[in-house]
Design a protein around this ligand. Sequence first.
Ligand code: AMP
Length: 216
Amino acid sequence: MQTIFLGAPGCGKGTQASVLAEKFSIPQISTGDILRKAVKDGTELGKKAKAIMDAGGLVSDEIIIDLIKERFNQPDCSKGYILDGFPRTITQAENLDKLLGSKSPIKAVIYFDVQEDEIVKRLTSRRTCSSCGYNYNMFTDPPPAGMECKFCGGKVIQRDDDKEATVRNRLVVYKEKTEPLKNYYEKQDKLIVIDGARSVEQVRTELIELYKKLAH
Ligand code: AMP
């Protein structure tokens, strides 16, 4: 079963995608994670993407579509997946539809509805382990005092793109480029809106129930 988690940066889609992917034994495909790994590994792709990501812009559709094609060829995608952070533009969505054709179309697009003020608060208070990627929150789930990850001992940092000026830019880009996807998938009758402002546990419970229904 193929689904898309859609919403503004910081709406909680990545956190929920990782829990659901584990529960239903399917991969979470996060283009942001793939790009961050490329930056860390210093690959050609990473070099091209770094400045754009740091400024809160979008990496070109062409690069992203190539990257997704490559990821779909891996065997763990055969039972389905959760797309997290892709598609982010209408061009990406159209290419995805073409790529999947009628054989294995997207089953549902889950839109995480969260107000902008809450998004800014969540993103600027987010801290991330530079080693395992675990996301902490300075208010609700603070990292240990020494900023060493409680899971892997890695250094916990604030992502450059979680600093306030960049967050504001990411939201502008989101509204202009990504929000139109709501309408795109509504027209395809695939959009399911959930209230993403609730606690992580409440959203997770709703999503698990939803997933069970979608699977039947
Ligand atoms: P994320 O972790 O999903 O918020 O992604 C972090 C950054 O990676 C974004 O701000 C973009 O610069 C880039 N990125 C991730 N996914 C995409 C995508 N589908 N299209 C273009 N840029 C992307």
